[in-house]
Design a protein around this ligand. Structure first.
Ligand SMILES: Nc1ncnc2c1ncn2[C@@H]1O[C@H](COP(=O)(O)OP(=O)(O)OP(=O)(O)O)[C@@H](O)[C@H]1O
Length: 263
């Protein structure tokens, strides 16, 4: 199977603190890859490097055959991203938000209308396209962010905590949409989540990062076998010595973010 993403010896230092310590991994085209770790493990720092937001201290990242450092524009055109913090314009309609993104990503004008319609249909928001985003629920906003990230036909979609702050029913619906994208469009999904049971249900491959290092990787079944546990949640606890939703400052920050999103 071909790799859509290949990471080699990736390191990120902030002054004398090393947040990402020489990690290497591959993501197969068409798979769902879950990148898991406790608070502060280095997940966001890694995603930011993969998506050209942050420059690595050293290492190599190849996305869709393009070197992320040397062929930034081509690499960028190959992925879509939904970050933890919402970045929609509340004062625009859903449709206008997606148009804006299509223009920024230089989607050819004559293809724009059709692509926007498809993206909104996939997440079930086509009928609500003329609504102002400020009137959307938290779950609808997340779905709209996913639609927006699809409009330039990315090969790989990065989702940083796509369900944080949402109720269980809405979380399920978001995962259903993600699964559909993966199955029907063969889109590779790279995700982080704090919900282990959800990662277990959806991921083909998992990598666990802690203190900046990948400490385990494989299929869910392989990881459970390796750690002699019955669930990914248990495996995670055994590997990191911590529950993924432990209560420290960061999870409070996360809760506040979620609350903000539900406004
Ligand atoms: N700009 C920065 N300057 C200094 N240290 C940083 C910076 N960004 C992140 N760090 C540190 O790097 C480490 C990894 O942070 P990162 O945000 O990547 O973790 P994470 O796994 O995404 O955590 P969370 O699940 O809480 O989002 C943390 O110790 C963090 O404090």
């Amino acid at each position: 199977m071909q790799n859509i993403l290949s990471v080699q010896s990736l390191i990120k230092k902030f002054d004398d603190f090393t947040a990402v310590k020489n990690i290497s991994f591959n993501v197969e085209a068409g798979s769902i890859f879950a990148f898991l770790g406790p608070n502060g493990a280095g997940k966001s720092t890694t995603i930011k490097m993969l998506t050209t937001v942050l420059k690595p201290t050293s290492g190599e990242i190849i996305i869709n055959g393009f070197n992320v450092l040397k062929e930034q524009d081509k690499a960028r055109a190959s992925f879509g991203i939904v970050f933890q913090d919402p970045s929609l314009d509340d004062e625009l309609t859903a449709y206008e938000n997606v148009v804006y993104h299509a223009v920024v990503y230089k989607v050819p004008k004559k293809e724009r209308a059709e692509r926007i319609q498809k993206a909104l249909e996939i997440v079930g928001l086509w009928d609500r396209r003329e609504d102002y985003v400020k009137n959307y629920s938290g779950g609808m906003k997340r779905r709209l962010e996913i639609a927006r990230a699809l409009v330039h036909y990315p090969k790989i979609l990065f989702l940083d905590e796509p369900t944080v702050g949402l109720d269980p029913q809405t979380r399920n619906s978001i995962w259903d949409h993600i699964k559909k994208l993966n199955e029907e469009r063969n889109m590779t999904i790279f995700l982080t989540t704090h919900y282990m049971e959800e990662a277990e249900a959806i991921a083909d491959q998992v990598a666990v990062i802690d203190h900046g290092k990948i400490i385990e990787s494989g299929t869910v079944e392989e990881i459970k076998r390796q750690t002699e546990t019955e669930s990914l949640e248990e495996a995670f606890l055994k590997l990191t010595g911590r529950n993924i939703r432990d209560d420290n400052g960061t999870s409070r920050k996360r809760m506040m973010r979620g609350m903000g999103r539900m406004r």
